[in-house]
Design a protein around this ligand. Structure first.
Ligand SMILES: Cc1ncc(COP(=O)(O)O)c(C=O)c1O
Length: 400
């Protein structure tokens, strides 16, 4: 089907909540996507940090084939299934977690994390302990609970009233967080590296201070690793790149989603035993979550990305990307920040024209808010591709 036919059909039948460029992506190989006219695009977006292993990954294709040969695509969560249990084991063995509960997306994982935190407080008989502390520039998803913890008026205002009981403090400001804490806070939720909000990296002191605050007030600490987890920052889990006074900083609950099943929809809520102990049969559930296909594919993704050599490459390529971006010579660049292959360039202008010029040159770029260019390419991107992309960006910046 040609591009115009698809675009016209979408216009007529699809709800218009996304603004889309005038081409239709059709196939992909490694870090390159091709549209219906055969034009190639080097992808620095990866489906917004989803396609960590790029396109046409042989392992993912094999895992899909393996998972479908049984002839069973779905068994209800009423029944046991091997891939579900195996992925949960793998996630626990690679992290702080003792138990895993699956969801279908990042926002659903956030909702589950909030429910678990509230349940944990209730189990202790604390009826008023249902407040959640979140931070400026946070993004936790678009469902009602997650949206309540995502302080952007543009996202929230048209849909009010939201879930009550969410308060906010300034990101990376411990005093601000402390000022919001009291006995009624059941959870603190934070992204170790903020994605949508503009690629702000939490400091060691901040995360460590939140850990102490959570302990002091008997609240659970939730790390939202939906965007920054699964190798993106150069460690399998972003929190594993943090420590304070030589000690690791670990959450009580962590959410993961986006890249976990290689492009298939999945979410995971990873929890400590004490939280698991507060959840009882029938307390939470979902028809599709943790299905046979997605959990089988996710095992391949985690297996591949958790290899030390793979993560070392992410770190090296992230460093290269950041260095090259820092060398760019544009009066509009205010700051380059990020960790691993999760980097933002904050500008003093709206970056939409830059993204549009990228399309013309065969470069897929994405913003984070109006003024930040966000780089979340497939983790398999090569050094040559990074250099090519930054050279292209350099030329674009001379035109804006
Ligand atoms: C940090 C973070 N949390 C949660 C979400 C929501 O995930 P989903 O879009 O899968 O619902 C996102 C999505 O961008 C995210 O970046």
């Amino acid at each position: 089907m040609d591009a115009q036919t698809v675009i016209d059909m979408e216009q007529e039948y699809v709800l218009g909540v996304y603004g889309r460029p005038p081409f239709v992506l059709e196939r992909g190989q490694n870090c390159t996507l091709y549209d219906t006219e055969g034009k190639a695009y080097l992808d620095l977006v990866a489906g917004i940090a989803v396609n960590a292993l790029g396109y046409d990954d042989a392992g993912i294709k094999q895992a899909i084939t393996e998972a479908t040969t049984s002839g069973v695509l779905h068994v209800s969560n009423l029944y046991h299934s091997a891939p579900h249990a195996q992925l949960a084991k793998q996630l626990c063995e690679t992290s702080f977690a003792d138990k895993v509960h699956f969801a279908n997306s990042g926002a659903e994982a956030t909702e589950g994390a909030f429910k678990f935190a509230r349940r944990y407080a209730r189990e202790k008989g604390k009826e008023d302990k249902y407040h959640i502390l979140a931070f400026t520039n946070a993004f936790h998803g678009r469902l009602y609970g997650a949206l309540a913890a995502t302080p952007r008026p543009k996202y929230q205002d048209p849909f009010k009233p939201l879930m009550p009981g969410v308060r906010f403090a300034e990101f990376n400001n411990l005093e601000s967080a402390r000022a919001q804490m009291d006995e009624n806070v059941c959870a603190i939720i934070v992204e170790p590296v903020q994605g949508e909000g503009g690629l702000y990296v939490a400091t060691n002191e901040f995360l460590s201070g939140l850990r102490s605050l959570a302990d002091e007030f008997d609240a659970v600490l939730i790390f939202d690793e939906v965007q920054c987890g699964v190798g993106r920052t150069g460690t399998l889990w972003a929190y594993q790149g943090y420590q304070h006074d030589g000690k690791p900083i670990e959450p009580d609950i962590m959410t993961a989603a986006k890249p976990l099943a290689g492009g298939l929809p999945i979410g995971a809520i990873m929890i400590r035993q004490k939280i698991a102990d507060a959840m009882h049969k029938g307390d939470h559930g979902s028809t599709f979550a943790g299905g046979l296909l997605v959990t089988h594919v996710a095992q391949h993704v985690i297996g591949r990305i958790s290899e030390p050599a793979f993560l070392a490459e992410v770190q090296a390529k992230g460093k290269l990307l950041k260095e090259l971006l820092e060398e760019l010579n544009s009066p509009h660049i205010k700051e380059v920040r990020g960790r691993g292959l999760m980097v933002g360039v904050e500008m003093d202008i709206d970056v939409t024209p830059i993204v549009n010029k990228g399309y013309e040159r065969g470069l897929l770029l994405v913003s984070a808010g109006a003024n930040v260019l966000r780089f979340v390419p497939p983790l398999i991107i090569s050094a040559e591709e990074i250099k090519h992309a930054v050279t292209q960006l350099d030329e674009i910046l001379q035109e804006v």
